[in-house]
Design a protein around this ligand. Structure first.
Ligand SMILES: *Cc1c(COP(=O)(O)O)cnc(C)c1O
Length: 413
C-alpha cells in the first residue's frame, strides 16, 4: 500500500465533511451533520464558516470556552519542552496540580488518569482495596443510584445499572446495588456485611440534570460514618466550578472520602483524577494501580492553567451571578411557553429543561438557530454554557433558545 499524499488526504477529509459522515468511523454516536474548524471563546465556527453559540461546552468539558489564551499558552509552552515521560519518573506538573487540588478540597492524595470512566473505575478500586487492607476483604460492594451515569467501562456501566448501556455486553460485573435516589431507609436496609461504600453524583448530569437534595447527601455521609463505609462522589460533570462552587458537594456542607473528577479539569485536554483522604487512599501502595498516560506533562500543564483561572478571586462568584440570571431567564421562558417546557432543573451553569416535545427535535431546532445544546435523560435539554460566558453572549444564547422553543408552541407565534 502506498501512503496517500497530503493532497488526497485533504480532499478525502473535505469530501467526507460535505457529503456526510465517513463510514470509516464506527457508528457509535448519533452525530449532527456539522464539522467545526475552530473555536473562539463561547463560539464554534463550522467548516461552512457559520458561527454557533456553544451552550454544550463539549459536554461540560470546555469550561473556559474555546482557545482560552491562558490555556493555549500553557499547552504550547509545555509542548515545546516535554510531552510525556510515563509514571516511572516524577512529574512536576502532577505534584503541583495534586498539591493545589488537595489545598482546595477535602483530599490529601490524588491519582491522575485520562477520562471520567477511568476516574470512577479507580475510585471503585480504591474503595475495595481500602477494606482489603483494613482487614475486611469481604467488603467489596457499592451502593449506587438509579439515573446515574458513571462512564462506559464494564465496571462503570454496572455501577449505574442502566439497561440501555448494559444490553448485549455479557454478564454484568458484580458488586453494585442500585437504589432509588432519596429513600434513605432503603439505603440503610441495603447495607450488608459486604458493603464497602456508597457512590453518587451530587448532580446527575447524563440522567437528566437531577440535583440530589443536600439533605440526602448529608444522610449518606452520616450512614457511611456509622457503618465504616467510604462515601464516593462522582463530580466528573458537576465539579470544577460548574455549580458555582469548586465542587458541587460544597453546597451540602459535607465532604466525601473519595471523589472522581474529569471533564472540566482539562478544559478540553483529556484529564481525569480521583482524590481521596489519607485514610481512604491507604490501600493504594506502589504497584496496585497505574496508567501509562495519566498525568502526563502536557495534561498537567493545561490542568494547572485551568485551575489558575477557576481559583482567581471572584471567578466562582461570577459564575454564581451568571447562573442566577440564567435561571431567572429560563424561568421566564417557562412561564411564556408552558406547552413546551415542563420543568427547569439544575444548579449553577448545569441547567436542564424538561420538555414536552421530543428533546432530539429541540436539539435540532437549536442547532438550526446556531445554538449548541445537549440532550440528557428524561427528555431534558441540557444547557452548559462556558463558565466565563459574557452577559451579552448569555442574552444572545437565550434569544436563540427562545426562537428554537417557540417553534414547538401552539399558543405563540
Ligand atoms: C461523562 C461522565 C463520566 C464518564 O466520563 P468519560 O470521560 O466519558 O469516561 C462519568 N461520570 C459522570 C458523572 C459523567 O458525566
Amino acid at each position: 500500500m502506498t501512503q496517500p499524499t497530503s493532497a488526497t488526504a485533504t480532499s478525502a477529509a473535505t469530501s467526507s465533511s460535505s457529503s456526510g459522515p465517513s463510514r470509516a468511523v464506527m457508528d457509535t454516536y448519533a452525530r449532527l451533520n456539522v464539522v467545526f474548524e475552530r473555536g473562539e471563546g463561547s463560539w464554534l465556527i463550522s467548516t461552512e464558516g457559520e458561527r454557533y453559540l456553544d451552550f454544550g461546552s463539549g459536554i461540560a468539558v470546555n469550561l473556559l470556552g474555546h482557545a482560552h489564551p491562558k490555556l493555549v499558552e500553557a499547552l504550547t509552552e509545555q509542548a515545546k519542552k516535554l510531552w510525556h515521560t510515563s509514571n516511572l519518573y516524577r512529574v512536576a506538573g502532577q505534584e503541583r496540580l495534586a498539591e493545589r487540588l488537595c489545598a482546595a478540597t477535602f483530599a490529601d492524595r490524588v491519582f491522575f488518569c485520562n477520562s471520567g470512566a477511568e476516574a470512577v473505575e479507580g475510585a471503585i478500586k480504591l474503595t475495595r482495596r481500602y477494606h482489603h487492607v483494613s482487614g475486611r476483604p469481604e467488603r467489596y460492594r457499592l451502593i449506587t443510584f438509579k439515573g446515574a451515569f458513571h462512564g462506559r467501562t464494564l465496571a462503570t456501566i454496572a455501577a449505574a445499572g442502566n439497561e440501555k448501556y448494559l444490553d448485549g455486553f455479557g454478564p454484568q460485573m458484580p458488586g453494585f446495588d442500585v437504589l432509588p435516589v432519596g429513600d434513605i431507609a432503603a439505603v440503610e436496609a441495603a447495607i450488608g456485611p459486604e458493603t464497602a461504600g456508597i457512590l453518587i453524583e451530587p448532580v446527575q448530569g447524563e440522567g437528566g440534570i437531577r440535583v440530589i437534595p443536600v439533605e440526602f447527601l448529608r444522610q449518606l455521609r452520616e450512614l457511611c460514618d456509622r457503618h465504616g463505609l467510604l462515601l464516593v462522589f462522582d463530580e466528573v460533570q458537576c465539579g470544577m466550578g460548574r455549580t458555582g462552587k469548586l465542587f458541587a458537594h460544597e453546597w451540602a456542607g459535607i465532604t466525601p472520602d473519595v471523589m472522581a473528577i474529569a471533564k472540566g479539569i482539562g478544559g478540553g485536554f483529556p484529564v481525569g483524577a480521583f482524590l481521596a483522604t489519607e485514610e481512604a487512599a491507604r490501600g493504594l501502595a506502589p504497584g496496585t494501580h497505574g496508567s501509562t498516560f495519566g498525568g502526563n506533562p502536557l495534561a498537567m500543564a493545561v490542568g494547572n492553567a485551568v485551575l489558575d483561572v477557576v481559583l482567581e478571586p471572584g471567578f466562582l462568584e461570577g459564575v454564581q451571578k451568571t447562573a442566577n440570571r440564567f435561571k431567572q431567564e429560563l424561568a421566564r421562558l417557562k412561564d411564556e411557553l408552558p406547552d413546551v417546557i415542563e420543568e427547569i432543573r439544575g444548579a449553577g451553569l448545569l441547567m436542564g429543561l424538561r420538555l414536552k416535545p421530543p428533546v432530539a427535535d429541540v436539539v435540532k431546532a437549536c442547532t438550526e438557530e446556531k445554538l449548541l445544546a445537549v440532550s440528557a435523560g428524561e427528555n431534558v435539554l441540557r444547557l452548559l454554557p462556558p463558565l466565563n460566558i459574557s452577559e451579552s453572549e448569555l442574552t444572545e444564547g437565550l434569544a436563540r433558545l427562545s426562537r428554537a422553543l417557540r417553534r414547538f408552541s401552539t399558543s405563540q407565534s
